[in-house]
Design a protein around this ligand. Structure first.
Ligand SMILES: Cc1cc2nc3c(=O)[nH]c(=O)nc-3n(C[C@H](O)[C@H](O)[C@H](O)COP(=O)(O)O)c2cc1C
Length: 323
């Protein structure tokens, strides 16, 4: 059993977060992770409205009585009022943990603090992690450039980012980007983290509503089969290198403007690819660690495996020490 500042803060059993994933982090997956002793968040952006978010929170509460959170992205596509309304739903529905990401969370601190929420902010640069820690948040998450989703512009790998962030923050540190098992969990803890966040690994779990065709494709994908798109519009996203990603990259190389890219990078195409199994017809976000994902277990099986592997790593390392 691993007890860390992350498990203590969030009231969970294992220092493992299932990364918040637009379209995929729905009640079934979030509750399965919570029931398996980990931490997961619903993604407010998936639900699209405060009312729909409230419904999904109630659904999740029907499936688990363990702690879970809500991820609120602070991207400029939402107005400050929209974001405040989503945060209010989290507070009003008795969810105790909020994860923000995407931009500086400072404008929303008073509402989040007054609402009594545990506040985790996810970022990709050491300086943002340090700033967040100084702001008095409860925990910081950092993700290296290997990560699926939007790992930021820095291009820094987890191996360098995690220890630098650990040295720069005073609060519990959750580390992600390239983590999928007990070995990488133990490595992140060794680098100074208090726990980990894994997105790509949880895409291939039975409770994740990702289409079986996409799960099968990801099981076969190699570690070099991801690519960073949207760097030309300063919003890099790591995705599977499929025909759609190649098309977007080609347009970016030609210097096409955002208006022309927009229809291809829209969330609706990703939703279709992820849930209808049209593997080549949308951006499929995933990290380099997809090359280490080779099966689709249940969340509980995966969590057990991660925890027992981490214990094996400890035994192996202990065996290396000689007095
Ligand atoms: C399909 C997918 C969707 C994601 N959507 C979001 C999101 O909506 N909000 C967010 O903060 N992070 C999002 N992420 C990032 C994850 O929460 C997590 O930080 C990342 O996956 C960790 O790196 P890994 O993929 O190497 O495990 C997404 C990642 C994936 C793979």
């Amino acid at each position: 059993m691993l007890k860390t500042r992350m498990t203590e803060l969030l009231g969970i059993e294992h220092p493992v977060q299932c990364g918040s994933m637009q379209w995929l982090s729905r009640a079934e997956l979030v509750a399965a992770v919570a029931n398996a002793g980990g931490f997961a968040c619903l993604v407010a952006a998936t639900m699209g409205s405060p009312e729909a978010l409230a419904e999904e929170i109630l659904k999740t509460k029907d499936l688990t009585d363990r702690p879970f959170g809500v991820n609120v992205s602070l991207f400029p596509t939402l107005t400050a009022q929209d974001i405040a309304a989503l945060i209010q739903v989290v507070i009003d529905h008795g969810v105790k943990i909020i994860e923000t990401a995407g931009r500086n969370p400072e404008p929303y601190r008073p509402q989040i603090k007054d609402g009594g929420l545990i506040h985790v902010h996810k970022c990709a640069r050491v300086r943002d992690a340090a700033k967040t820690s100084r702001m008095g948040l409860d925990a910081v998450a950092v993700v290296g450039t290997e990560a699926g989703g939007h790992p930021g512009m820095g291009g820094v790998t987890s191996m360098v980012l995690i220890p630098k962030a650990a040295d720069a923050v005073d609060v519990p540190l959750i580390a992600g980007g390239g983590i999928c098992d007990g070995r990488s969990l133990a490595a992140a803890l060794a680098l100074g983290a208090d726990g980990v966040v894994m997105g790509t690994r949880f895409m291939n779990t039975r409770e994740c509503l990702l289409h079986p065709e996409v799960k099968a494709r990801l099981e076969k994908a190699a570690e070099m089969e991801t690519v960073m798109v949207m760097e030309s519009i300063q919003n890099p996203g790591r995705v599977l290198r499929n025909a759609w990603a190649e098309k977007v990259l080609g347009m970016e190389r030609e210097g096409r403007p955002l208006e022309e890219l927009a229809p291809l990078i829209s969330g609706q195409n990703s939703l279709k690819a992820l849930t209808q199994g049209v593997v080549e017809e949308g951006l499929i976000y995933c990290g380099q660690v997809v090359g280490r994902v080779e099966d689709t277990p249940s969340v509980a099986e995966l969590m057990d495996r991660i925890v027992s592997e981490a214990a094996e790593v400890k035994a192996r390392l202990d065996g290396m020490y000689r007095s």
